[in-house]
Design a protein around this ligand. Structure first.
Ligand code: PLP
Length: 404
């Protein structure tokens, strides 16, 4: 693991692309620190705050009987199963974004939507705007395709609007990638005023929005998060990504995108080139779940379970980090974003923490630039038990104090 952590800071993996006749983009391929830490974090006895693993005990049983239909054994359409597209269009509609079934494309997880969006939009040096910090696997995809990434900073209720306006005017990005609802890693949820202001700016500049919204249902303090920004756009194009990973079964790899109608033909062909179609049993099972009874109860149980864990993490942090760090209580999503007051580099803590059986994500992985802020930890609260949280957070606090 120490090796992995050390190598991670380097610009790229050391393939000799010319000798192996690999594509030029392979030189831009970065190993994902998350995957490597996750692999190490599954060692027995490790307390993991590292990944975004939903709680297994809050997942409903897989509806195997619902998918035993032999007609599902056959290939299906790239566009997806009509029942899934219709049920997902209604589900998205509940958020306030009205879409037709023909605007929905099933995905093997919303991560696939990032890949398709990058293939649609990004050539070498294409300017892309993201939040800072932002979801690191999105950075990984955009950078793989050669994006030139500029960032905009975000406060507790939305982005710095002056900075956003400036970046849109100066960089003329081909797209902006935002996670406005319980962001990974920072937990931020834009308020309605910020969403309206962002939509107005994107309309004015004609900038395409990629809105990533996997945590909307994991809302702990708001009954309903504000409407997606995609619903507030009048003229700018948009791609909206969603997922069932955080409320049902992430291992089943099922998500979706919806997009402005004119983008759909391109996205469907890109999807076809990628994997022909999304697995049909998952589409059928999820559409039955969406249409069946018990959905609201499941989401309520999930929220109640996560609220308990979030509050347990908050108590542990107050006890052990109160005088050495600052953070906001996340109103939803799966993470605390903690900043050390003394600006210690958290990546340096990781190897020692792993030696003591505690895994977390160093914050620098969530910034695209060469000199990222280094003093953040991203701590997941959905996976560990309250006892593990208490123990793990106290170990981390002792390491921070030793290193100060
Ligand atoms: C912001 C964000 N987007 C996308 C994903 C990918 O989710 P999926 O399992 O649907 O591929 C994640 C997963 O953690 C995420 O945090």
């Amino acid at each position: 693991l120490v090796n992995i952590i050390d190598q991670y800071g380097e610009q790229a993996m050391h393939f000799d692309a010319a000798e192996a006749r690999l594509s030029g983009r392979i030189a831009r391929l970065k190993p994902s620190l998350v995957r490597e830490i996750l692999a190490a974090a599954t060692r027995p006895g490790t307390i993991s705050f590292a990944g975004g693993l939903p709680a297994a005990d809050l997942m409903p049983p897989l509806p195997i009987d619902a998918v035993a239909d032999p007609s599902l054994y056959q290939y299906g359409a790239t566009e997806g199963e009509p029942a899934y597209r219709e049920a997902v269009a209604d589900w998205i509609g509940e958020s306030g974004l009205e879409v037709a079934a023909s605007q929905v494309l099933p995905l093997g997880g919303s991560q696939q939507g990032l890949d398709l969006a990058a293939k649609l939009l990004v050539d070498a040096a294409t300017p892309i705007l993201t939040e800072a910090p932002t979801y690191l696997a999105a950075l990984q995809v955009f950078q793989l395709f050669g994006a030139d990434i500029a960032t905009v900073s975000v406060n507790a209720v939305g982005p710095d609007l002056d900075q956003l306006e400036q970046r849109l005017a100066r960089h003329k990005p081909a797209a902006i990638y935002l996670v406005p609802t319980f962001q990974n890693p920072a937990g931020t949820c834009y308020d309605l005023a910020a969403r309206r202001a962002v939509a107005a700016l994107l309309d004015r500049h004609g900038t395409l929005l990629i809105e990533d919204d996997p945590y909307r249902a994991v809302s702990l303090d708001l009954e309903n998060p504000p409407v997606p920004i995609s619903a507030l756009l009048r003229s700018a194009p948009w791609i909206y990504l969603g997922s069932f990973s955080k409320i049902l079964w992430p291992g089943w790899r099922i998500g979706y995108l919806a997009a402005r109608q004119d983008l759909m033909p391109h996205l469907i062909v890109l999807k076809q080139a990628s994997d022909l179609h999304t697995q049909r049993p998952a589409q059928l099972a999820v559409s039955r779940w969406l249409r069946g009874g018990g959905r609201a109860e499941h989401v309520e149980r999930l929220r109640a379970g996560y609220r308990l864990r979030r509050d347990a993490m908050q108590s542990a942090l107050c006890r052990h980090f109160g005088d050495i760090a600052e953070w906001q209580v996340p109103p939803g999503g799966l993470f605390f974003w903690v900043r050390l007051r003394r600006h210690q580099a958290t990546r340096q803590l990781l190897a020692q923490a792993m030696d003591k059986g505690v895994a977390f994500m160093p914050g620098e992985a969530f910034y695209p630039g060469p000199t990222p802020p280094r003093e953040h930890l991203r701590l997941n609260y959905s996976h560990a038990t309250p006892e593990q949280m208490e123990r793990g957070v106290s170990i981390l606090s002792a390491l921070v104090r030793d290193g100060a």
